[in-house]
Design a protein around this ligand. Sequence first.
Ligand code: SF4
Ligand code: SF4
Length: 61
Amino acid sequence: MFVITVDARRCDGCASCVQACPMDVLIIEAEKASPARPELCMCCQLCEVDCPNQAITVREA
Ligand code: SF4
Ligand code: SF4
């Protein structure tokens, strides 16, 4: 299991992370990224790489 953290102060809801995620883990909710299906995360970190605001981080629990 991996822990996905979104910094709401940095996230502008651009959805780049949603599009980057190959496992459909992320959604946009109230204009912020949200890990709707964290159990599917494989820690590829493509969401981190594609976020223009360094708003999302993924680490091992
Ligand atoms: S680390 Fe990979 S699988 Fe996990 S949320 Fe980010 S893009 Fe999706
Ligand atoms: S890519 Fe970054 S700024 Fe854009 S929605 Fe995802 S976490 Fe937020």
